[in-house]
Structure formats: structure tokens, C-alpha cells
Design a protein around this ligand. Structure first.
Ligand code: NAD
Ligand code: TDX
Length: 335
């Protein structure tokens, strides 16, 4: 099976490629990645000899057409993925997330290639902290940010191309991922690397926002379950019952790294900051028989902290510029 992986030099894509090479010797992987600030070829170094890497943009329709024609399936991870960046400059999000998805859909339609679309629970908007409901496949779309609205738009394109043109597509909407190779702009790696460099972790707002954490390897094993056994046109929600407040995450990081649990700062809140995400993954578990391996968030977090401790060569070069961007965007300590 020849699989084209877009965004394979990013956080989740690189872990997907590494897992696939490790566990599926029958799969031949080609990565298409534009190597934006978020892409890093070093994340593919352990499997560099086992894959083909193409440096290119998913909006390059000629290139995409050629690569898709030579594939049996496409797994589409490539995206602009950071909410805070989308608030500073939405355009790259429209370009990559919407036009890029359109470009891929036209190619898989033309060549009748199986397509899996990677999306996010953020398309559903947010929940109140005390809401008894969680997101399901039937929840109405209600995105809040430029990022999540472009992801919602791309999901809509996939649904339309499936219904109107018979594209053989599946979709998955996953909750917040953590694990190795995540960019230091994101919450968990930012706080781990802050502590490792002697800087206090930074909590937006009141720190009580809740995210439903899942280890990246569990996300990727679910993607394979959908590729293997998913129904065409179906959306599957991926989550591992990992609801945790941001404050508790920071306190856990401080605890693992031997610091006082209150050694953090509150900073300016994110405009439009979603309060809570929570996934009901019953369909994925019952229909496709998927279960997560990292049931214990604390154990997964400890393994992730150990990885960042051992891989400063990977994240060190990006740390200062990332913090400068946050400062330039006006982030400041509130208490
Ligand atoms: P990331 O930002 O770490 O990686 C994105 C990758 O896409 C990078 O390698 C980048 O170079 C590449 N890319 C960007 N624009 C491109 C373009 N125009 N052409 C080709 N390549 C391009 O993102 P991530 O966190 O790994 O997220 C991967 C996917 O998973 C995204 O679709 C995201 O919406 C989705 N998702 C992420 C999470 C999460 O918690 N990180 C949760 C649910 C869903
Ligand atoms: O320094 C910080 N302090 C802080 O309190 C940062 C960077 C974030 N936060 C908060 C904001 C969120 O409540 O932590 C939470 C997680 O923030 P992010 O890592 O930016 O993730 P989020 O906005 O929840 O989106 C993530 O999950 C869904 C991914 O970035 C998306 O790509 C995915 O779709």
C-alpha cells in the first residue's frame, strides 16, 4: 500500500510516519510537507531511509496531482495548526487549511484515491465546565477562532466532495494531542521547556480551561483503525477521556520537574478562548474496536517530559523566537 502523508514533518504527522514504518512494513510512505516554521525534517530522521520525502506545498495542484496519482491512499495532516497564530494573521490558515484541502480533494477525486481527513474537536466550539454533554459525531459545528473555522470549512469540503463526487473519504476529529516532537509554541511543550530553561510556566486567563488530552500515538492508532475499517463518508471522534484543566497540567509538570506547584504566572487571556473540549469516542470504540494505550495521562506526561529533557537539540533552536513572538503579540503577566 502506497500512502501519501501530508504534513508528515509536523508533530502528529511525524509520529504517524514513525509509527507506520515501525508497525506496518507493507506500507510505503511518501511525505509531502512545505517545511513551514512548524515542519522539521529532524522529526523524520529515525525513518529517513525508509520513506520518500517531497518538499512542496499542498496548494501546488500539479505536484499534488502527480503524487496522488502514484498513491493508494492519502492521509491529510498538513495544516496551520496554532490558534494564537490565527489571531495574529488568519490568511495562511485560509490558504493551507481550505485551499490546500480543496487541492487534495480534486486530485483524489480525479484519480479515485482513498482519502482520510485529519480534523479537530475545535470545529464544535466549546462546552461549559459543568455541561454534562460531550461532543459526538452529531454535534453541530460552531467554531470560535480563525483556525477552527478554517478546519470546519475543510471538513465541509470533504463531506461535499464525498456526497457530490463519490470521493472515498473518512474524517476524524481528535482532541488535544501531546507527546514527542510537538512545537514549543503549544501549551504542554511550552511549559515543560520553560521550566527546563528556568522560566515560570504561563497560564492564560484563570487557568481553568479544560482540554481532553490524548497521547499522539493513540491518535495515530485510531487513524489506522479508521483507514483499515472505517466507513466511507463517516466521521469518527477520537478521544481518550483525558479531561484536565490547564492549571492541573501545569501543576503536574512542576511536580514532575521538582518545582513548587505554585511556581507559575497567569498571563493575558487568549481572545475568544474556548472554555472546555470533551470527546465521546463511543462510535470509534464500539464500531472499530479501538482503545487507547495511554489510559493514564500522568504517565504519558512523564514520558513526554523525559523526551523534552533528552532532546534539547530538537527544540532548543526554536525556543527563543517562539517566546519573542508571544511577547510581541502582547502577552504579559497579570498576577
Ligand atoms: P503542526 O503545526 O505540528 O504540523 C503541520 C505540518 O504541516 C508542518 O510540518 C508544516 O510544515 C506542514 N504544512 C503547513 N502548511 C503546509 C502546506 N501548505 N503544504 C504542505 N505542508 C504544510 O500540526 P499538528 O499539531 O501535527 O497537527 C496536524 C493535524 O492534526 C492538523 O490538521 C491539525 O488541525 C490536526 N489536529 C491537531 C491536534 C493537536 O492537538 N495538535 C488535535 C486535533 C487535530
Ligand atoms: O502558554 C500557554 N498557556 C495557556 O494557558 C499556551 C500556549 C496555551 N494555554 C492554554 C490555551 C488552551 O486552553 O492551554 C490550552 C491549550 O492550548 P494550545 O496548546 O494552544 O492548544 P488549543 O488551542 O487547545 O488547540 C490544540 O488542540 C486542538 C491544537 O493546537 C490544535 O491544532 C488542535 O486542533
Amino acid at each position: 500500500m502506497r500512502v501519501l502523508v501530508t504534513g508528515g514533518a509536523g508533530f502528529i504527522g511525524a509520529n504517524f510516519v514513525q509509527q507506520t514504518v515501525r508497525e506496518r512494513p507493507d506500507v510505503q510512505v511518501t511525505v509531502l510537507d512545505a517545511l513551514t516554521y512548524a515542519g522539521n525534517r529532524d522529526s523524520l530522521a529515525p525513518v529517513a531511509d525508509a520513506i520518500d520525502f517531497v518538499h512542496g506545498d499542498i496548494t501546488d495542484t500539479d505536484l499534488v496531482d502527480r503524487l496522488v496519482a502514484a498513491s493508494d491512499a492519502v492521509v491529510h495532516f498538513a495544516a496551520e495548526s496554532h490558534n494564537d497564530n490565527s489571531l495574529q494573521d488568519p490568511w495562511p490558515f485560509l490558504h493551507t487549511n481550505i485551499i490546500g484541502t480543496y487541492s487534495l480533494l480534486q486530485a483524489v477525486r480525479k484519480h479515485d484515491v482513498r482519502y482520510h481527513h485529519i480534523s479537530t474537536d475545535e470545529v464544535y466550539g466549546d462546552l461549559e465546565l459543568d455541561d454534562p454533554e460531550r461532543f459526538t459525531e452529531a454535534t453541530a459545528y460552531n467554531p470560535s477562532s480563525p483556525y477552527s473555522s478554517t478546519k470546519a470549512s475543510s471538513d465541509m469540503l470533504v463531506r461535499a466532495w464525498t456526497r457530490s463526487f463519490g470521493v472515498r473519504a473518512t474524517l476524524s476529529n481528535c482532541s488535544n494531542n501531546y507527546g514527542p516532537y510537538q512545537h514549543v509554541e503549544k501549551f504542554i511543550p511550552r511549559q515543560i521547556t520553560n521550566v527546563l530553561t528556568g522560566v515560570r510556566p504561563r497560564l492564560y486567563g484563570d487557568g481553568l480551561n479544560v482540554r481532553d488530552w490524548i497521547h499522539v500515538d493513540d491518535h495515530n492508532s485510531a487513524v489506522w483503525a479508521v483507514l483499515d475499517r472505517g466507513r466511507t463518508g463517516q466521521t469518527y471522534l477520537i478521544g481518550a477521556d483525558g479531561e484536565t484543566s490547564n492549571r492541573v497540567v501545569v501543576e503536574s509538570i512542576l511536580d514532575v520537574l521538582g518545582q513548587s506547584p505554585d511556581a507559575f504566572d497567569f498571563v493575558t487571556d487568549r481572545p475568544g478562548h474556548d472554555r472546555r473540549y470533551a470527546i465521546d469516542s463511543t462510535l470509534l470504540r464500539t464500531e472499530l474496536g479501538w482503545t487507547p494505550r495511554y489510559a493514564d495521562f500522568r504517565a504519558g506526561l512523564e514520558a513526554t517530559i523525559a523526551w523534552y529533557r533528552e532532546h534539547e537539540d530538537w527544540w532548543g533552536p526554536q525556543k527563543a523566537a517562539t517566546e519573542q513572538a508571544y511577547a510581541a503579540a502582547g502577552e504579559s503577566v497579570t498576577k
